[in-house]
Design a binder for this molecule. Structure first.
Ligand SMILES: [Fe+2]
Length: 420
């Protein structure tokens, strides 16, 4: 009797292991190029946040139609179809199709329901809310490097930040979204981790150096990053999708590309190009708050030297055009500088941007980072990831850094010049 029970148990175990092996093999060998249903639905803006929404998703190579059906959430009778574009993209896992549709002429401050597809195979339904025409105050979520060899911790940080901040208007990621930028498996993991968040709240991204790395740790053009994210095309022509700006409420957002070494082979003039563009961009805005986002920090926390080329080229522009905060990533620490003018710190009354390195939202830590003498606040999130909230109003800017467990790391605020 006992022997029969043991045999039965062993047989079941063998069957279970065999079944799991078959499932694993099927999942491994099933190429993304054969996917029929829309996957990795993501919201970004390429137009005005109050009246437009850009929606991007992926399918296998043989699904060409790109349609979005959408309607106001209160209106269950009418749906409208918006048509977009499809681009075939070669990945290390075969050819996929990246679809994108920009919905325009939407009503401000309105909640819409939508689904994406090709007219035959549709995604499930999601919602988004357009921005108010003149938002007086708003909050956005900011995540540091999410890279890693797995994305479960990025998922927890993103989902936790989102759960605690449903009132946020949008999300930003400071770059090094993935560890291997030319690995479609990692991108798929990154998007899957965002399911339920990035299909409901707009996410605006900054490119990091890891977006240019191959599986052999060589440098390549960041073709997956630029194909998978649709972003405003108001940057220099050769830096489309990497350098851009947009407005939300009383703030102007300028996004830069710090990958001078990695991209030098293809864009040798990228620093002067960005200097010229940033000068025009900052001179051309009348928004009271100016926020800059760049992956590599111009004031670093690495033991080695920082990126002096970036610092020398960009900080005079930040100073001249009264940039309030320069956000960065790359060093995987949370660090806030004193207000700095020409590299000299001030008490803030004389102005000068504050430089904030945003920490890490994913798995990767950097234990060799060090506090520098320009840091007013320094914290290395070795135990658990962190995220930031940035609250912008006509009168003030309020930045808070949180550990994943909700504990506060830092709070910093600045009062608008006209109410001082
Ligand atoms: Fe980096």
């Amino acid at each position: 009797m006992m022997l029969r029970l043991v045999n039965l148990f062993t047989k079941r175990k063998i069957l279970w292991v065999t079944a799991m092996l078959i499932v694993t093999l099927v999942l491994w060998f099933f190429p993304p190029s054969l996917i029929i249903f829309p996957r990795n639905v993501t919201l970004t803006w390429t137009g005005v946040p109050a009246t437009s929404q850009t929606i991007t998703w992926q399918t296998g190579r043989y699904i060409n139609g790109s349609q979005v059906e959408y309607m106001e959430l209160i209106d269950n009778l009418h749906s409208t179809t918006g048509a977009g574009s499809a681009q075939q993209v070669t990945t290390d896992r075969g050819m996929i199709t990246v679809h994108s549709v920009q919905l325009t002429d939407l009503k401000p401050a309105t909640r819409y329901q939508y689904r994406v597809g090709n007219g035959f195979f549709w995604s499930s339904c999601h919602t988004f809310t357009t921005a108010p025409t003149q938002p007086k105050a708003f909050k956005f979520l900011l995540f540091g490097d999410s890279q890693g060899n797995s994305y479960d911790l990025w998922q927890r940080t993103l989902q936790t930040g989102y759960e605690r901040n449903h009132d946020a208007a949008f999300i930003m990621n400071i770059g090094d979204l993935v560890d291997i930028g030319l690995s479609y498996v990692q991108w798929d993991d990154w998007f899957q981790a965002g399911h339920g968040v990035i299909d409901s709240m707009t996410v605006m991204t900054v490119m990091g150096n890891h977006e240019t790395y191959t599986k052999e740790w060589k440098i390549a053009q960041p073709l997956l990053y630029t194909a998978l994210f649709q972003l405003p095309n108001n940057g220099p022509a050769t830096l489309q999708g990497k350098v851009y700006s947009f407005d939300y409420g009383d703030a102007h957002f300028s996004i830069l590309d710090s990958q001078l070494q990695e991209e030098a082979e293809w864009i040798p003039e990228m620093l002067p190009l960005q200097q010229d563009w940033l000068e025009k961009d900052l001179a051309g805005t009348n928004k009271p708050w100016k926020l800059v986002f760049i992956h590599r920090p111009v004031y670093h926390n690495r033991p080695s030297n920082g990126d002096e080329d970036l610092r020398d080229a960009l900080t005079p522009l930040f100073d001249r055009y009264n940039v309030d905060v320069v956000f960065a990533g790359h060093d995987h620490v949370y660090a806030r500088s004193y207000p700095l003018v020409s590299g000299t710190w001030t008490d803030g009354t004389g102005g000068g941007p504050v430089y904030i390195t945003t920490g890490r939202s994913g798995k990767k830590t950097f234990s060799r980072a060090q506090a520098k003498n320009w840091n007013a606040m320094y914290y290395n999130p070795l135990e658990e990831p962190n995220y930031l909230t940035v609250e912008v109003s006509e009168y003030s800017l309020l930045i808070k850094a949180f550990k994943l467990n909700g504990e506060i790391i830092d709070t910093w605020d600045k009062t608008a010049k006209h109410v001082e």
